[in-house]
Design a protein around this ligand. Structure first.
Ligand code: NAD
Length: 266
């Protein structure tokens, strides 16, 4: 098994990409700390994994420094080490024209998506640095390759910020043999719609859209969380031991078509 003996921490592990990643990393031999804000989702996931599932559920709000600090201490106290961190927790938040987007709405999206990623790195890096490790940051094609998701300025800004943070971290942590990479998925089927609030998005939209075939590689089928998890497994493992500071796009060429006026949340 690729991750035998390793310990991984995954945020947003109760659902979607985080859950699929936690499951795959555990199947490949890692002991996995599954962090999420939603306790019921974590409970369901742990039950699914069964006894001996090697999953430690930890309820945490990634935007709260004290909660993240305590969660990381709990994980390292339980498992004794940390090798892999997947900073995945995120929300779509409010999508609205800039003039009507509230400062609090902007702050909430940035707090969970960008500050949450910073806090996850901040408190795990000292442990990862002990023997080297791998960090995977969950960004998106939005804010990195596409800028056409109407009203998603806060989301796109948070996803762009994650890439800059990850590249700074990759250079800063190279001397500790900690690699930091970013995955940028296109449209992936998950529960993220539930964290989306739309308000007057038509006002922020440009009237351009591909009539069909937004995802060329799959004739429009959205990606799956498992397809993203397999790329994360590669980045988490020694198979990628010379790869750091880079984005990997997982989108079936969706983002290569330019500004397509996509309406899906990615
Ligand atoms: P999801 O809603 O299925 O899962 C997100 C998880 O994060 C949920 O379990 C939620 O409870 C948790 N979460 C939310 N706020 C949190 C907080 N403050 N603290 C801790 N946990 C919190 O969504 P998903 O699609 O699996 O999204 C995971 C990541 O992938 C996000 O960062 C998202 O931006 C990114 N992403 C998703 C897509 C897509 O199309 N689904 C595309 C590109 C990027």
């Amino acid at each position: 098994m690729i991750l035998d003996g390793k310990v991984a921490l995954v945020t947003g592990a109760g659902s979607g990409i985080g859950r699929a990643t936690s499951r795959l990393l555990a199947q490949e031999g890692a002991r996995v700390a599954a962090l999420d804000l939603a306790e019921p989702k974590l409970r369901t996931f742990v039950a699914e994994m069964g006894p001996g599932g090697k999953v430690l559920p930890v309820v945490v709000d990634v935007s709260d420094p004290e909660q993240v600090r305590r969660a990381v201490e709990q994980v390292v106290g339980t498992f004794g080490r940390l090798d892999v961190v997947v900073a995945n927790a995120g929300i779509n938040g409010v999508r609205a024209p800039i003039s009507s987007l509230g400062p609090d709405e902007w702050d909430r999206t940035l707090a969970i998506n960008l500050r949450g990623t910073f806090l996850t790195l901040k408190y795990t890096v000292p442990h990862l640095s002990e023997r080297g490790g791998s960090v995977v940051v969950m960004s998106s094609i939005n804010g990195t390759r596409t800028f056409s998701l109407a009203g998603a300025s806060a989301y796109a800004a948070s996803k762009a910020g994650q890439v800059a943070l990850a590249k700074m971290a990759a250079l800063e942590l190279a001397k500790h043999r900690v690699r930091v990479n970013v995955v940028c998925p296109g449209a992936i089927a998950s529960d993220i719609e539930q964290s989306t609030e739309r308000r007057d998005v038509a006002e922020a939209a440009e009237p351009v859209a591909f009539p069909e075939g937004n995802i060329p590689l799959t004739d429009g089928r959205m990606g799956t969380a498992e397809e993203v998890a397999r790329v994360i497994l590669f980045l988490a493992s020694d198979a990628s031991n010379h790869v750091t500071g880079t984005e990997v796009f997982i989108d079936g060429a969706e983002s290569l078509m330019g500004e397509t006026g996509l309406t899906e949340d990615t």
